[in-house]
Design a protein around this ligand. Structure first.
Ligand SMILES: [Zn+2]
Length: 392
């Protein structure tokens, strides 16, 4: 019974005699007490229910619901062919855990997160195998006139990082000198390779973060989009470092011209894309053309390198990989601009199969093809120095 019903019943009681009145008044007071007790009991119950509800709310965070394109705040309206499964104005923790929920950004996050882990793995494998730090120490040890004692100790440090420990124990200091000299003849620096791996990882990771958190608020959306574009630019610039460095290793003039040129283009692109206006959907084609033109800039050193290395059989293997990279990147850009297939069937590809996801996968494949091309160049450069440039 509710307290309202109790009060109404009390008002409806008939007038009675004195005796009756006394008894009835006492009985009324009992009744009133009953109603009061009952009223208190009900309000206590309500309070308990509310407390329990609060506790439940604390234990289970509110499950934010997904919305349609038409319900979105203006800043999030980017692709009118994706109709549903949007997150908008979600708090950061909910946005973070939505990585395990299905919405229209889930696969955009995961495609580049998996790509990031893949490149992190490749970096780790190469760091463990390639004596990068030892190269640097070895270079200083050999290039500065120092006493025999420090020379041996530096070679020892170089040796520790260059070879595995079992081999090292069996090497005399003289053997270490010979090994170091041999390495110098190979004369290959690995830093441009790591610059590319670092640039790719930055791009893939910042893209995942952007897709995961840009639903939080308008300011964060703008900031993350700009970081994402800077990441793409970084990936393009850093991709140029290994091929230009290794191919033109014996002609530093061209290294300087090409690497300087692409770096200036990259800096210009990043500054241009920092403008919030250019982050909007309207400038999608402009952005894509800016990235594509940076990529196409690579044709100039590629043609130059092909002529320089005309007699080198490894040129063909490198070119096949680089052609595959160009194909993946350009096809990806095509999907990004045209927004195929979702424009053909709006709403059909909301969760899986829309253009941005295809673009993401093609970016990872393009980067892997480039990685394979760089391995061929590295192998060639570590085998042959500048004297016999064009041999096998
Ligand atoms: Zn993306």
């Amino acid at each position: 019974m509710s307290p309202m019903e109790g009060g109404a019943l009390a008002k409806k009681r008939k007038p009675t005699t004195t005796m009756d009145h006394q008894t009835s008044s006492s009985s009324a007071s009992v009744d009133n007490n009953y109603f009061n007790v009952s009223h208190n009991h009900v309000t206590d119950n309500n309070k308990n229910k509310k407390k329990k509800k609060k506790k439940r709310n604390k234990a289970k965070p509110k499950r934010y619901s997904l919305m349609s394109y038409w319900e979105l705040p203006e800043y999030m309206k980017d692709n009118e062919f994706i109709l549903n499964y949007y997150r908008a104005n979600w708090p950061l923790p909910q946005a973070l855990f939505s990585v395990f929920r299905w919405h229209n950004e889930t696969l955009n996050v995961w495609t580049h997160l998996i790509g990031f882990v893949l490149f992190l793995g490749l970096t780790m494998v190469n760091l463990l195998r390639v004596p990068q730090v030892a190269d640097l120490l070895g270079f200083f040890a050999r290039s500065t006139p120092i006493s025999a004692v420090t020379n041996v100790s530096r070679n020892f440090i170089s040796g520790i990082m260059t070879t595995n420990l079992i081999e090292l124990k069996q090497m005399t200091s003289q053997e270490m000198e010979i090994a170091a000299a041999g390495h110098e003849m190979g004369g290959v620096a690995y830093w441009p390779f790591y610059v590319f791996l670092g640039g790719s990882m930055f791009c893939l990771f910042s893209s995942s973060i952007c897709h995961l958190f840009s639903c939080h608020s308008h300011p964060l959306n703008l900031l993350l989009l700009r970081i994402d574009y800077a990441g793409i630019t970084m990936m393009i610039i850093t991709s140029f470092f290994p091929p230009i460095y290794y191919i033109f290793q014996c002609d530093p003039r061209w290294q300087f011209i090409y690497l300087g040129g692409i770096t200036i283009m990259g800096v210009f692109t990043i500054i241009t894309l920092l403008s919030p206006k250019l982050s909007s959907g309207k400038f999608r084609t402009f952005r894509a053309l800016l990235f594509a033109s940076m990529g196409l800039f690579g044709i100039v050193p590629a043609v130059h390198a092909s002529i320089v290395n005309w007699g080198n059989p490894r040129r063909n293997a490198t070119l096949v990989y680089e052609a595959a990279m160009a194909f993946f990147y350009l096809t990806g850009t095509g999907f990004y601009i045209t927004r195929i297939p979702e424009r053909w069937r709006p709403g059909w590809f909301d969760i899986a199969g829309h253009s941005h996801q295809i673009f993401h996968v093609l970016v990872v494949l393009g980067a892997l093809a480039h990685y394979a091309a760089i391995l061929v160049m590295l192998d060639w450069r570590s085998t042959f120095g500048c004297d016999n440039n064009n041999t096998t």
